[in-house]
Design a protein around this ligand. Structure first.
Ligand code: GLC
Length: 545
């Protein structure tokens, strides 16, 4: 195995499969492994390098599967281990790597360990796998402190003891059905090392690590000064008691040893909502994780100032620890980019759901999202594409309230609709019930007109977002692989950079047409150039220079 093929991930495009909404093979209205296997040729032809599959473990799906009841199995509604193995073999046969999602901060309350913890009572070794504390007040009726769940409401829930009396409280950063593990407990640490090996031995190529900045906590920390509510908001304090604590790095050093024991080595990608870039870089030191989502880039407004700062920070700071930059615009937690870029305020809001309100110009958003795709795919390092992003799907903003499933909806007292609007099942066909998603409808209602954005409608249409992604992913392979870029002189509203000697990308984020630098050929453009050869606003080009 050459170094280049060991380092496949450094400039890879990784496609995110939200399995419940990707393709339904068994007609029960929810996506599954069978549906994904049928659609693998689509992913191969799209030109991506790897898949990351959102959690498919047994789960009550209170938080879309991020509430795991058994870390070593597959939920029957998604398939079984034999199908998972076939999927891995078939994906590998197509030259695609497969990453899974591991959720180490918490389990579901349906996990065997949590049930044992409830049954065993205070002070037991079973309770010591989670974070149970006595309450405050005369009868322990008050939570141990004021910490809040990032989904809204208190981060503590009181249990009823086996003898029927009101009892201790357990800690949950997320939903009440997602109790946090106690990572001080060696049994928890050992368990996860074993889980990693279980999936690596099955042939999985790596993991995306959920809430990678969680796990280690200072449960003796003080009450927190909350002044805003929002998903994954961190009160801006140094030494946060449950996010980004230094102790987490020791865990990753242990995980890395396991990954490196395989040939080729396995890969870890961090989902870590930490700032500034220097803090993120600490997760990517040589003996820790390989790569991380660039949420700073995702949250940036569609302006040259914000994007250029984010690009420079990412390349420089991550490069200082030898890690490649990565680029991401969408995932299953944030608003679709077509919608966000179609608003007056294009920066994502606070917290990791990042939703802002206001009118949306979908046409403008689509034009910008097309330009943003060429920008992202021209930058050095790796990139992530969330299913449906390649179709230019917009956020579904008008899901009926009774269909909303995200725990954010209830926990926010029905003030925040949550993340379902980016999780609506994919349209594969122009018509038919569920637009080709499956024979049994779709678990979230698809909007009228969804078929116009389907794979069927966009395939073969040279003007479609899908055609743009297919061309860009193919042509991207010819962009010099070195991990740097050189900015070219440009007008204030324009981003222009070179990769190597012969390739340039120019993006006009303003409204006035911009001059292109001298070039031999336009390789690809996100929209038509002006009759004078100038670059219109909200348009990007790749040039041979
Ligand atoms: C991550 C996931 C999100 C989930 C949360 C709790 O942020 O991306 O979907 O709700 O972790 O596991």
């Amino acid at each position: 195995m050459t170094q280049a093929s060991r380092d496949w991930w450094r400039d890879a495009v990784i496609y995110q499969v939200y399995i419940r909404s990707f393709a339904d093979g068994n007609g029960d209205g929810e996506g599954d492994i069978a549906g994904l296997r049928e659609r693998l040729p689509y992913l191969r032809d799209l030109g991506i390098d790897a898949l990351w599959i959102n959690p498919w473990y047994p789960s009550p799906l209170n938080d879309g599967g991020y509430d795991v009841a058994d870390f070593r199995d597959i939920d029957p509604r998604f398939g079984d281990l034999a199908q998972a193995k076939s999927l891995l073999d078939e994906a590998h046969g197509f030259g695609l790597k497969v990453l899974l999602d591991i959720v180490p901060n918490h389990s579901s309350w349906d996990h065997r360990w949590f049930k044992e913890a409830l049954a065993a009572g205070p002070g037991s070794p079973e309770r010591a796998r989670y974070i149970f504390r006595d309450g405050r007040g005369d009868d322990g009726e008050l939570p141990p402190n004021n910490w809040r769940s990032v989904f809204g409401g208190p981060a503590w829930e009181r249990v009823t003891e086996p003898d029927g009396t009101p009892g201790q409280w357990y800690f949950h950063i997320f939903d009440v059905s997602q109790p946090d593990f106690d990572w001080e407990n060696p049994e928890v640490r050992a368990e996860f090392l074993d889980i990693l090996r279980f999936w690596f031995d099955l042939g999985v190529d790596g993991f995306r690590i959920d809430v990678a900045h969680g796990m280690v906590k200072n449960m003796d920390g003080p009450d927190l000064p909350y002044d805003e509510s929002g998903l994954l908001d961190r009160p801006s304090i140094a030494d946060h008691p449950f996010f980004d604590r230094d102790g987490v790095h020791e865990i990753y050093r242990g995980w890395r040893e396991i990954a490196d024991a395989y040939d080729p080595p396995k890969l870890y990608v961090a989902e870590a909502w930490v700032e500034p870039a220097e803090r993120l870089a600490r997760y990517l030191r040589d003996d820790e994780l390989h790569s991380a989502f660039n949420f700073d880039y995702l949250k940036s407004a569609w302006t040259t100032a914000e994007l250029r700062r984010s690009i420079d920070d990412s390349v420089t700071v991550l490069g200082s620890v030898g890690a490649p930059a990565t680029w991401v615009l969408e995932n299953h937690d944030v608003e679709r980019v077509v919608t966000r870029y179609g608003r007056g305020v294009t920066a994502a809001g606070a917290g990791h759901a990042g939703r802002v309100s206001g009118p949306v110009d979908v046409e403008l958003g689509t034009q910008r999202a097309r330009a943003a795709a060429l920008l992202m795919l021209a930058l050095p390092g790796g990139a992530y594409v969330y299913q449906g992003q390649e179709l230019g799907l917009a956020e579904v903003l008008d899901l009926p309230e009774e269909s909303l499933q995200d725990p954010v909806w209830e926990r926010s007292g029905r003030t925040e609709r949550g993340r379902d609007g980016c999780r609506v099942p994919l349209p594969w066909a122009t018509s038919g019930s569920s637009y080709g998603f499956g024979a049994g409808g779709a678990w979230l209602p698809q909007p009228a007109g969804w078929g116009d954005r389907s794979v069927e409608a966009e395939t073969g249409d040279p003007g479609s977002v899908l055609s743009l992604y297919r061309s860009a992913l193919r042509l991207r392979r010819d962009i010099p692989a070195d991990e740097s870029l050189t900015w070219l002189p440009s007008a204030a509203d324009v981003l222009a950079f070179r990769r190597g000697e012969a390739f340039a990308c120019v993006v006009n984020l303003g409204t006035a047409p911009a001059d292109l630098p001298e070039h031999r050929e336009v390789i690809l453009s996100s929209g038509p150039l002006g009759p004078d050869g100038r670059l219109p606003g909200d348009t990007a080009v790749w040039l041979a220079v």
